[in-house]
Ligand binder design. Structure first.
Ligand code: SF4
Length: 218
């Protein structure tokens, strides 16, 4: 059986939402998502897409001659088995591999060495509390893990801080907080982070600063 993944798009851009922010990166955007965040900016990934073989994906990625590759979505772990095989093959080819995932699905199968960037969805996202896979958050963190919190309000900020402390992530992994684009002011979030005295990094979706925030495939 040929191994395939349903892919929305593969493109070369600037990584904007992790400790790799600012670096050129190849994005492999997978189709389908099991959540519906209020501020989702990739709704086109819910349905769009076509089947690609792993060989074709690897060949397309190689075209960009870029050592950094991110699996994103949609939710890449919805296609868990094939996504994990793709990550393994990328590691074998000595790429630095990231996966951005929405925190609702098991991540144990993600190969060691892959940087797992896990989104934590606060109430303002309108993601139901029981959609988050809290048992995953309760497991041991890996050194490469990072957590990204996109927040729309002070309530979201406080909720995320509380969860990160509860699940022993604060100070254990790199934690990023971003403002919901066009909704929470950047200076306000910056002030909350400074006042918290916590090891939180302010993160900006810099792809939205560089290009039109509504642009696709950048
Ligand atoms: S998890 Fe990501 S792709 Fe899915 S709805 Fe939320 S923001 Fe959109």
């Amino acid at each position: 059986m040929t191994d395939t993944l349903r892919i929305c798009e593969i493109f070369h851009s600037i990584q904007g939402e992790s400790s790799f922010s600012g670096q050129p990166c190849v994005f492999v955007r997978m189709s389908g998502c099991n959540l519906r965040c209020r501020w989702c900016d990739t709704t086109y990934a819910y349905q769009d897409g076509s089947p690609w073989t792993l060989d074709d994906i690897l060949s397309r990625v190689a075209d960009f001659q870029c050592p950094l590759v991110e699996l994103t979505g949609g939710e890449p772990m919805m296609q868990r088995a094939s996504a994990c095989r793709l990550m393994t093959q990328l590691l074998e080819r000595e790429y630095c591999v990231l996966i951005e995932t929405n925190g609702s699905l098991p991540l144990d199968d993600v190969p060691r060495g892959v940087h797992r960037i896990i989104d934590l969805k606060p109430p303002g996202s309108h993601v139901p509390h029981d959609s988050v896979l809290w048992s995953q958050f309760a497991k041991s963190w890996r050194d490469e893990d990072e957590i990204k919190c996109v927040v729309s309000s002070r309530d979201d900020f406080d909720w995320c801080v509380d969860k990160l402390k509860t699940y022993d992530a604060m100070g254990r992994v790199i934690v990023h907080f971003s403002p919901v684009w066009g909704e929470l002011s950047m200076p306000e979030l910056a002030r909350w982070i400074c006042q918290s005295r916590l090891p939180i990094r302010f993160n900006l979706q810099i792809q939205k600063v560089i290009w039109d925030p509504a642009a696709r495939g950048v």
